[in-house]
Write a protein that binds this ligand. Structure first.
Ligand code: N01
Length: 561
């Protein structure tokens, strides 16, 4: 028995066949939702970020039944949670947009080169409205477990609201940076003022006027928020363990001419993406620019194109000499901007190659250290010993503050998957299967977990490319795979252990050809104590071409049964 009736997508003729909805805002559907194994849905989608929204749209468009589940109260994924001041995209907004619908592209006008979090959230909402996606989701609901029932060949997903949903396919669109690290420092619970974690920011703006503020961490979140906090606060102490490379955003409004030019080139841009989007362009092996050519190239790092400018310096993350020249260029800019040479030196990254930790894109980060009300605290010189009721204690001194901002990063790429109890064949848990680090085939599927797909999972380029278009590529591939299973009257599709081992080895080999392993980054799990150190994203070339070839070869490396 199914209570309430499962969602039904738009059928091929375009007729609406929705029989019920479980979206709390759209109906008074009974909770908890029960979808039993004798009448399972086609799919469960976990997450209503950009991956989950598009997945749900495609499933419904194909006439399949789907239930989405989302922990937040609305769509937007990472952009729903990260509301700290200054939160922006670090990919130009025109590119940080879906490409599957030219009409959608036409219907949205970005206002700035790098969109703010509220504007991106509004875009996600616009997409949800346009395709009526909310009715397929249970919001404010967290998936706690997903279990593959071998007898029924179905996934059974349970939630913290007591829902139990059986479905043929389970798609984890849970995001790469969706489990923030709280302020997990000793004594944090004793602090008498508010603690705000950037990745879980309050919905009401936080007023720092007249306050003494500690910002802990110097990754993108701190680099974006600190200059704005410093404009309000009485004093800001920035606790830095590792200095980061940051490039200027040179943000600006987008002109009508720029929008028109982008729209005119849109078909060609989509074609480019469809043809195979490389994670990082790899120039010919004999590429060896002269010192002069190299200096001209690295000057582009300061042209406002942020992360895109990094890939304009060919072999940046593959060639020590090229990296050294580019890194020296950025170091020289820091020395020019920051007036106090001692502070400038502390802010200068010297122990990992440029680009091997995700570079930041900022508006006024280095300049903010010229303000009288901003102090850089080097916690390598004097480590943080504890959070006290009054503030932050380092080995050198106490810093009394009124507010603490925790910007200590995320349990990236695997965190969201591993905090659910996911169990595949023989009841084996994902935590067990990934005890030595994540293992996937193409970043899309996991041996022993049939019919489970991960959108931008570890082993795919994901965070090293434009995540939004990477989501689209994965969803399109998953839809074809589901079509293949159904077309063959089969019930399951599962990565073979051999194909997975070969892919994991290939992912590692490709990483080892680069300078990435030299950095203790979140790409490698180094920021979470106890996490296995494995380079998680795929940095090789022609990823999409490889995925398409697997499909074209009849899903080689998968068992379809
Ligand atoms: O997190 P991070 P983030 N004591 O991991 C420090 C995306 N993002 O939230 O480097 C003291 O980069 C840690 O120090 P260290 C983007 O992909 C995008 O800023 O480990 N310090 C580091 O400085 C980004 O890369 C945007 O030595 C401690 C900081 O905390 C990713 O999210 C905006 C510490 C964490 O930096 C993560 O960025 C924001 C300790 N015990 C984020 N533990 C866009 O622009 C950790 N740290 C789209």
């Amino acid at each position: 028995m199914v209570l309430p009736a499962p969602l039904k997508g738009d059928n091929e003729a375009g007729e609406e066949t929705v029989s019920a909805t479980t979206h709390p805002g759209a109906s008074a559907a009974a909770r908890p939702v029960r979808v039993d194994q004798d009448a399972p849905l086609d799919a469960v989608v976990v997450g209503a970020g950009f991956g989950g929204l598009y997945m749900t749209h495609r499933l419904r468009e194909a006439g399949l039944t789907v239930q989405g589940v989302e922990a937040a109260d609305d769509v937007g994924g990472t952009w729903w949670w990260n509301r700290y001041p200054g939160a922006r995209c670090d990919i130009p907004s025109l590119l940080y947009s879906y490409t599957f619908s030219p009409e959608l592209q036409e219907s949205w006008r970005w206002s700035e080169k790098y969109a703010t979090q509220p504007e991106i959230l509004a875009y996600a909402s616009h997409v949800a409205d346009r395709f009526d996606l909310r009715r397929s989701f249970l919001f404010g609901t967290r998936v706690v477990s997903a279990r593959f029932d071998e007898a029924a060949q179905l996934w059974v997903v349970t939630t913290d609201k007591g829902d139990e949903i059986a479905a043929r396919f389970c798609i984890m669109a849970t995001g790469c940076l969706s489990v923030p690290r709280g302020l997990d420092l000793p004594g944090a619970e004793t602090f008498e003022g508010p603690i705000h974690v950037t990745g879980l920011w309050p919905h009401q703006p936080v007023d720092f006027t007249g306050k003494r503020v500690a910002v802990i961490g110097t990754g993108s979140s701190a680099i974006q928020s600190t200059p704005l906090i410093a404009e309000q606060a009485q004093h800001v102490y920035v606790f830095q363990r590792t200095p980061n490379f940051s490039l200027p955003a040179l943000n600006a409004p987008i002109s009508d001419e720029e929008v028109a030019a982008f729209r005119a080139n849109f078909p060609a841009y989509v074609e480019l993406l469809r043809s195979g989007q490389p994670a990082l362009p790899i120039p010919p092996a004999d590429y060896a620019p002269s010192e002069e050519e190299l200096n001209a190239l690295v000057a582009q790092l300061w042209n406002g194109w942020g992360l895109i400018s990094l890939v304009q310096v060919p072999n940046l993350v593959r060639d020590e000499r090229i990296n050294q020249v580019a890194a020296d260029f950025v170091r020289a800019r820091i020395a020019e901007i920051v007036k106090d040479p001692a502070v400038a030196e502390k802010l200068t990254p010297r122990d990992f190659p440029l680009g091997t930790k995700r570079a930041c894109v900022d508006t006024g980060w280095y300049e903010t250290f010229n303000r009288d009300n901003v102090t850089l605290v080097d916690v390598r010189e004097a480590p943080i010993e504890a959070i006290t009721p009054m503030g932050v204690r380092t080995a050198a001194q106490d810093y009394p503050v009124d507010v603490i901002v925790g910007a200590m990063g995320f349990d990236a790429m695997t965190g969201a998957l591993l905090r659910m109890d996911i169990r595949g064949r023989d009841g084996r848990s994902l935590a067990e299967a990934w005890a030595e680090g994540p293992k996937t085939y193409l970043g899309l599927a996991i041996a022993g977990f049939p019919n489970l797909f991960t959108v931008t999972g570890p082993g795919s380029p994901s965070v090293l490319t434009n995540v939004l278009t990477a989501c689209e590529q994965h969803v399109d591939w998953i839809m074809e795979a589901i079509g293949h299973v159904q077309g063959r009257q089969a019930r399951t599709m599962e990565a073979t252990a051999e194909a997975q081992e070969a892919w994991v080895a290939h992912v590692n080999d490709e990483a080892d050809k680069t300078l990435f392993p030299q950095a203790a980054s979140w790409y490698i799990g180094a920021n979470v104590p106890g996490k296995p150190r494995v380079f998680m994203p795929y940095v090789g070339e022609g990823y999409k071409i490889r995925c398409d070839a697997v499909a074209a070869d009849g899903y080689v490396g998968f068992a379809v049964g």
